[in-house]
Design a binder for this molecule. Structure first.
Ligand SMILES: [Zn+2]
Length: 835
């Protein structure tokens, strides 16, 4: 028996995989293929599906295709963090290529014109693959789709290419794809092993799903914070595709999903017709899958709510976004509920869906072109009704943060203006250079609404992702409705404020803490070895008011001469876009510069815990924040090396959300490091863990939920409704507490996706951040949870020996676009000794 099994494994499996990876396994025998077009195998050295394609080989093949086919042009749109090219293939008929610019212009004009003729215009389809790098069937199928589009011959393909412009993005996440391909390939057996326990099917932390800084890039289509998204969004707005497809993978035991998703979870700003067209397109997928005998489903899961996802973003821009999810073989073959799931089979399904999309686009071309034209006609009417209405946003104390919000508008081609002259509304000042006016009467007011609106009532209580992302709240800028009467010139050249030093001083320099890049400046000062102090109280110097958290750098008794200090500060002030003021006297109104309320700061030496048990997204967000925005070098300390690391090198350790925490011995080690004066900054479930280990006592509010009159079938929805998938809440700030230095308002919007509620401390000064009585600003929360959150605290300090724990119940750095709460973390790091 054993020998027979061995025979089966050795001979049958390779045979099976061989027959499956032949081109004929994927491409219909009825298709004539041009022999002058290189097959994937001839360039990459293996059959598609035999190995996982690495990004460098993918690039090589796409270049070879573009070179050999007059249907394809190739553009390099920039680079990932790891310097991989962000390729875009434009695929259409050779005739169309000759007037591609005219076609593009006519396509965009149809979204602006009063009437447009769809009879002869090509439809524009953006096909994107594997934005999650460890969902590889998409990108591996892209090799075949591109080959087919270049090599197929005959009337059908000619007709398709004549009427279609395909924007082909073979790898939406090159860095993640490369990371995953390395894993799957290095663990592959010659004799494929489908046992799910094999190492091949469980990647090491953090896995290949994310990009270099561990971001889920399929949440960044609206915030556009990452280079991969920036290139893609530029292409999107240059072309305004009618259909955009996003090829993913899901659990191994599933089948294949195509949109529409759950109908009740469609964002209300998306037209109903969008979903109907999606459903009509789905009939083409169904037909193609019926033909090859593959199982599939739609409408039961996934949704079109959060516009930051690739399959939903087009829906607010007059296009139709479509999500595909293929059951993942992860490696090369895996046991599943549907039998052996081979990698080639997953590729074949993605290939099939890509072609059925093109068939649908071709057949429904006029209808879909007309839909886009009508979408913009309708929103133009909506815009006209808004008349002179506008939104103004800004922060009179923080130009850089305002700049970065404006930058998002610019990337989405939203028009905005300088304020004509400084004005105030509702007690907030809107200053020129620190705020912008966005008129509602412009091309796509729906997109503006999607970014600025708050929403607290919903049809459904379940969300695939966050239920709110209101940008001015995430950026913590002031904003309000106004009119275009306050609009000055249109901003075409968005610029940072000029930073600098007023003059050389022989006494001291001062700068306030409000600006977004103040931590970058302070870090460079401390890193240089200059002494700097923080003001614990407000004061007035030279007639100017300085807020809590003002930084003072004395000119004397430093290791550098006053002129060296001046030129260093000048450079750094320019880099960080901050104005530094020179002062000639220490005598102030309020505290003087020699006061004990100016406290000497110590350079943070930071270890960021990463590795098994740590949520990679949350850790990656901090790594990205430090590395790309503040130039702070933190050590990524892997939990597996914790026991042998010398912790005395660090004065600050950051532990983001963690399930399970550390081992017994490592817990003891961490505990004694804190007792000896270390500061642990802990987030979310790390707090629960610290509480369970009795390292820090936290009074969590308990919420007992009992199902009454809930059927078995409805149990998931019942539980799901208690999840806070991501919503925005208001807290009151005690601005005199160092955790709140740099905030100018008494309230702050906080992101929350946990249900950790901490009861307030009986001493009010221990509650510097506290949710208001009715704190929901935007997004979904159940009534029970809203009741629970009221007056609780999202922030807690525990003093342990000579050290402390600074705890947050929620992420302050969510997805790189929550600029508004980054300063809470920076305060915890720089002012830890003062709390
Ligand atoms: Zn995915």
């Amino acid at each position: 028996m054993f020998r027979f099994l061995l025979f089966l494994i050795v001979f049958v499996t390779p045979f099976q995989s061989q027959s499956q990876t032949d081109l004929s396994y994927y491409i219909s025998q009825n298709v004539n293929l041009n022999p002058n077009i290189p097959t994937p195998e001839s360039v990459i050295g293996h059959q598609v599906g035999e190995w996982h394609i690495t990004h460098d080989k993918l690039v090589e093949y796409m270049k070879a295709l573009a070179k050999s086919s007059d249907r394809i042009t190739l553009k390099d749109r920039g680079q990932t963090f790891e310097n991989r090219p962000l390729l875009l293939l434009t695929i259409t008929s050779p005739e169309n290529h000759k007037n591609i610019e005219a076609i593009q212009t006519a396509h965009i004009e149809a979204t602006d014109a009063k009437s447009a003729n769809a009879a002869h215009r090509p439809i524009v389809v953006y096909q994107g693959f594997s934005i999650h790098g460890n969902e590889p069937s998409g990108t591996n199928a892209a090799l075949l789709v591109a080959y087919y589009l270049a090599a197929a011959e005959g009337k059908a393909i000619n007709d398709l290419l004549e009427h279609t412009v395909i924007l082909f993005d073979p790898a939406l996440n090159p860095d993640g794809l490369q990371r995953f391909a390395y894993w799957a390939n290095t663990n592959k057996n010659i004799n494929l092993n489908p046992d799910p326990n094999d190492r091949e099917y469980s990647e090491i932390w953090p896995g290949g799903r994310t990009n270099h800084y561990w971001f889920d890039m399929n949440r960044d289509w609206l915030p556009v914070q990452l280079p991969e998204s920036r290139a893609r969004i530029e292409t999107f707005h240059n072309w305004m595709p009618n259909i955009l497809t996003d090829h993913h993978e899901m659990g191994t035991n599933a089948s294949f999903f195509f949109q529409p998703g759950v109908p009740s979870r469609t964002h209300p700003l998306t037209p109903q017709l969008n979903q109907e067209l999606t459903k009509n397109i789905a009939t083409y997928h169904a037909k193609a899958f019926d033909k090859i005998g593959s199982l599939y489903y739609s409408e039961e899961s996934f949704d079109d709510f959060y516009y930051g996802k690739g399959s939903t973003f087009p829906d607010i821009n007059g296009g139709i976004g479509i999500l595909f999810e293929q059951a993942s073989s992860r490696g090369h073959i895996q046991e599943s509920d549907n039998g052996l799931l081979t990698f080639p089979f997953t590729i074949k399904n993605q290939y099939t869906a890509a072609l059925s999309t093109l068939e649908a686009a071709h057949s429904m071309r006029q209808e879909i072109l007309e839909y886009q034209h009508q979408f913009y006609k309708n929103v133009k009417e909506e815009a006209a009704k808004e008349g002179k209405k506008a939104i103004v946003f800004g922060d009179e104390k923080d130009a850089a943060k305002t700049f970065h919000l404006a930058e998002i508008l610019k990337r989405h081609r939203i028009t905005f203006h300088e304020v004509k002259s400084d004005f105030s509304k509702d007690g907030k000042n809107y200053k020129k250079g620190y705020s912008y006016v966005v008129p509602k009467n412009q091309k796509n007011p729906r997109l503006i609404n999607a970014m600025f609106e708050t929403r607290t009532t919903f049809k459904d209580s379940l969300f695939y992702d966050v239920s709110a992302w209101t940008f001015p709240l995430a950026f913590n800028v002031d904003y309000t409705e106004t009119t275009t009467a306050h609009a000055g010139t249109v901003v075409t050249d968005l610029k940072h404020q000029q930073g600098g030093v007023s003059q050389q001083s022989e006494y001291a320099y001062l700068f306030e803490w409000h600006e977004y890049y103040a931590p970058q400046l302070l870090n460079s000062i401390l890193n240089k070895g200059l002494r700097a102090k923080v003001a614990l109280k407000r004061f007035k110097a030279n007639g100017k008011s300085y807020d809590y958290g003002t930084i003072m750098v004395p000119a004397k008794n430093q290791d550098f001469t006053p002129s060296e200090i001046y030129s260093f500060l000048k450079d750094k002030a320019e880099e960080s876009h901050i104005q530094i003021n020179a002062v000639a006297t220490g005598l102030n109104e309020g505290i003087d510069l020699g006061s004990r309320n100016f406290r000497t700061l110590e350079l943070p030496k930071i270890a960021l815990l990463v590795g098994d048990g740590i949520t990679s997204y949350d850790a990656g967000e901090i790594w990205h924040l430090f590395d790309t925005r503040y130039n702070i070098v933190a050590t990524k300390l892997d939990t597996k090396n914790f026991s042998r690391a010398d912790l005395s090198r660090y004065n600050t350790i950051i532990m983001v959300n963690s399930n399970g925490g550390l081992s017994e011995n490592n817990t003891k080690k961490l505990h004694s490091w804190i007792r000896n004066g270390g500061t642990l900054v802990a987030y979310k479930n790390a707090l629960k863990w610290l509480n369970s280990k009795k390292i820090m006592t936290i009074d969590f509010k308990k919420n007992k939920l009992i199902a009454k009159n809930i059927s078995f079938e409805a149990r998931r929805n019942f539980r799901g409704a208690q999840v806070i998938g991501g919503a925005i809440f208001e807290a009151e700030l005690d601005r005199s507490h160092p955790i709140n230095f740099g905030y100018k308002n008494n309230t702050l919007a906080l992101f929350r996706n946990s249900t950790l509620f901490i009861n307030e401390d009986k001493n009010s000064y221990n509650n510097p951040i506290q949710y208001t009585k009715n704190p929901l600003l935007s997004g979904y929360i159940s009534e029970e949870n809203l009741d629970s959150i009221s007056k609780t605290v999202p922030f807690k300090i525990g003093k342990i020996g000579r050290g402390k724990i600074i705890g947050f119940t929620d992420n302050t750095n969510f997805r790189a676009f929550w600029y508004g709460t980054n300063k809470l973390l920076m305060n915890a790091i720089f002012f830890r000794e003062e709390m």
